[in-house]
Structure formats: C-alpha cells, structure tokens
Write a protein that binds this ligand. Structure first.
Ligand code: ADP
Length: 450
C-alpha cells in the first residue's frame, strides 16, 4: 500500500516536473501553471491506468478463471493473486465435497433397499435404482413430484396421516400382480427441517417363507393328530371295554398300523430336513445302476406282497436295464428317490395294472431312471404342485395306501442335489410316467469286458 502511495506521489512529481519543464521550454519561465497541469495530467493518467487494471481484474473475477492471475503486478496484481488462490482453495473444497456426495450417493445406490429422499413437502429429491424398481419411478419424469401422487396406496396414505413412523407399513410393490405378488415394507424416517428418508424393503420372499413355514407346521400337526386321535380312541376302548381275544388283537393291529404311519411320517420329515440341510452331493461316490435296480426291485417286492395281501390281485411289474453304468452320487439318496417313484406306482396303480421300471443310458450320455404305470393318471393342473410337501391329488387314497404326502418332495430334493431333472408325464385314466434324468457328468459307462 505504501508502495502504491509512493508510486502515485512519484507519478505526480514526475508529471509536475514534466509540466514545469514543458512550460519553461515554451518560454513561460517559472510559471506554476505548467507544474500544476503536469501533475493533473499525471493524476488523470494514473487513475485511467488504475481503472483499466481494476476493470481487467473485475472481468477476470466474473469469468472465475483461476488458471492465471488477471493482473501481474501492483496492488491489483496482489488482489488478483489472492483472489485466485482463494478461488482455487474453494474449488478444491467444492470438488472434495462433490466427490463425497457422489460416493455417498453411490453407496445409497448400491443399497439393497429402496432409498427415497423427500423434501419437507414430500416432494421427491432423489431415489436409488431399487426404489425405482419398487415404486416404478423414472429418474427424469418423477423428480420433484409429490410422493403421494405417484404412490397411491391407501395403507401408505393412512400411515403417513397417522405420523407413526416407528413401524413399517406393508404395501404392494409396483410390479405386484395376482400371479406374482410383490410385497414391500416401507418406513419413513424424518430428518432435518421436516425432510424424510423413505426406506423400502422387498419382503415377498420372507412373507412366502413365513407362509410356507406356517402351512408346514399346520400340515405336520394335522398329519400327526389324525393317527394320534385314532390311537387314543383305541387305547380308551381297550381300557374301558372287556374285549374277547379276537377283538383285542384286531384293535392292537389297527393301533400298530397307526403308529407305523406316524413312524413313516417322522422318518420322511427327517429325510427331508437332512436333504435340505446338507451340502450338494459330489460325484466322488459311484453307485452301480444295476445294484440300485436290484434294491428297488426288493423294495417293490416287499410292497407288492403287502398290497396283494390287501387286494388279492398282483400287479405285472417289469424291470428293464439298457446300458450298464454307474451314477455319481449318494447311494442312500438315489435308492430312496427311485424306490419312492416305484412305490408310488405300486400304491396308486389298481390291482392287475402294469408297471415298468427302467434304467437306460440315453444316446447323449445322460442316464434315465423311469417308472411307467397304468394307474389312474394325474390331471394336468395337479402336476406342477405334486412335489410340494403334503400335496395330494386324492388325500384319502394317499392315506389309505400309507402315503405321507412327502415322497415326491424327497424325490425332487434328491434330483436337485444330483443335478438331475424330475419329469412327470401323465394322462388321466391311462397312467403316469415319472422319470429322473441324470446329466452326462453323473454317468459313467461300465466296460462290459472288465
Ligand atoms: P404320497 O405319500 O401321498 O404318495 P407323494 O409325494 O409321493 O405323496 O405323491 C404326491 C401325490 O401325487 C400323491 O398323493 C398322489 O396323488 C400323486 N401320485 C404320485 N404318484 C402317482 C402315481 N404313480 N399315479 C397317480 N398319482 C400319483
């Protein structure tokens, strides 16, 4: 600043001197007019130059270009340099906070939950991709829109009106339909100045799992209660009535049947839970398809003896093997699945019917175990549901034949664990064909010579 005053004074003095000298040269002697005029001209030039430098600085500030200072020297030069440094540090700060904001938004974008930021008027400020899927929002169209105009669920409207944000509200998602329900749990979290953070979670799978768990518990209870009630009735009869030996024996036989039914049910339930809880089966153990067929035949034999005793007329059962090979998987699981399919054919096919149990290696390297019967067949609408636990086409027939309703669920699990496909083809009135098709990686052909 002192330097600036000094320069100004020096400029005035130089102007005055030049004016005085010019006046002297013009023959005006030592007249003070030349001196004053010189100083005045110097002051005007000073101010004009100064104003030009100031204007240059102002123009530079308006553009905000921080690459080079507008003026390189003097007071304006220093102002311009300081302003430039200030702008640069501001720029750096803005850049850093921009980066932080972008990181923050990227984190919200990666959230598995829907996130919507709402202003104090419930207008949408920002939302992530998940929220866009949940509510059907579109980035360009729906920003600044009132949330209530876009999501018109009465449950949500009541939740918002009640201002009870301590709980979730459950509502259908945008893609909800009768065949594919989508359920969302939505909660509002108020934050600064009446703004709201809305979080949404897709709880469709959780709700379905919960419904399945409830159904399962209800089904198991029902399945166990029926034989228990029968057993309790017989026990009471034996306790209260004095029966002759033949009646007593008949009641005891019926009781044994009911307890066997409960045992089968519990054993099937344990098998299912073991299958669900254990890791997938590798191909380190190889089981001979021939051996499996023999064991299935033994089980079928035992079952037919039982069925024949009841009806008196045997089935015609044929076992066929085309191509000898090993199957990669767990012996007990494979036998259980195959015996279940063969057992169903025996139980559901009326006396005298025909059953063919076949193992064959397919030309493409896959292996197929199939059971074909001439039983009642299954209507097409039941087929997709047959592998659900406790699903039965005809409950009384299933129970009469000792079924638990879990057999095909077990078969499906074994198939999945072995990478195999369970195929069900059936024509009502004609019969059914159940097959397990194993991928080539699970089949090892056996050299007949070795
Ligand atoms: P269940 O113990 O009742 O036999 P499954 O899971 O083995 O239970 O079978 C489910 C339902 O599929 C059975 O209740 C029956 O209605 C039907 N089903 C299974 N196998 C056959 C078959 N070979 N012929 C006709 N219906 C069958």
């Amino acid at each position: 600043m002192y330097w600036r005053v000094f320069l100004f004074v020096a400029c005035l003095l130089a102007g005055a001197l030049a004016g005085w000298f010019a006046a002297f040269k013009a023959g005006l002697g030592h007249d003070l007019t030349g001196l004053l005029a010189g100083a005045l001209v110097a002051a005007v030039v000073w101010f004009v130059v100064d104003a030009i430098r100031g204007a240059k600085l102002l123009g530079w500030l308006r553009i905000g270009d921080t690459s080079e200072p507008a003026v390189s020297s003097g007071l304006w030069g220093e102002i311009s340099d300081r302003a430039r440094r200030l702008l640069k540090s501001r720029e750096r700060l803005t850049q850093a906070s921009d980066e932080r904001l972008q990181n923050f938004l990227a984190a919200l974008q990666a959230s598995p939950n829907g996130v919507v930021l709402l202003d104090s008027q419930m207008r949408i400020e920002w939302f992530n991709q998940t929220a866009s899927t949940h509510f059907g929002f579109e980035a360009l169209r729906d920003r600044e829109q009132h949330f209530g105009n876009l999501v018109r669920d009465p449950g949500f409207a009541a939740y918002f009106a009640a201002h009870d944000f301590e709980r979730d509200v459950i509502m259908p998602g945008r893609a909800d339909s009768a065949t594919r329900p989508v359920r969302l749990a939505v909660r509002l979290h108020p934050y600064s100045d009446g703004k709201m953070l809305l979080l949404s979670r897709d709880i469709t799978a959780v709700e379905q799992a919960e419904a399945m768990r409830r159904d399962f518990v209800a089904n198991v209870s029902h399945e166990i209660r029926t034989p228990l009630t029968v057993l309790a009735g017989f026990v009471e009869t034996l306790q209260t009535l004095s029966l002759d030996e033949a009646d007593r024996q008949r009641y005891l036989d019926l009781m044994a049947q009911q307890s066997a039914r409960m045992q089968t049910l519990v054993s099937d339930l344990l098998t299912l839970s073991r299958l669900e809880g254990s890791p997938p089966v590798g191909s380190t153990e190889w089981v001979s398809a021939h051996l499996l067929m023999q064991q299935v035949a033994q089980e079928v034999q035992a079952l037919t003896t039982h069925v024949v005793q009841g009806s008196g007329q045997p089935h015609s059962i044929r076992f066929e093997e085309i191509g000898s090979c090993d199957i990669g998987g767990a012996h007990s699981e494979l036998l259980s699945a195959m015996a279940n399919l063969a057992g169903n054919a025996v139980r559901y096919t009326p006396p005298g019917g025909e059953i063919v149990v076949r193992w064959r290696q397919l030309p493409d390297g896959r292996g197929e175990f199939s059971v074909q019967d001439t039983g009642p067949g299954i209507a097409a609408e039941h087929i997709p549901r047959l592998t659900e636990r406790f699903y039965r086409v005809d409950s009384s027939r299933s129970r009469d034949t000792g079924g638990t309703g879990l057999g095909l669920a077990i078969v499906k699990h074994v198939a999945q664990r072995h990478g195999a496909e369970l195929k069900i083809e059936s024509t009502p009135g004609k019969g059914s064909r159940f097959s397990l098709v194993f991928p080539p990686g699970r089949i090892k052909a056996i050299d007949p010579v070795s």
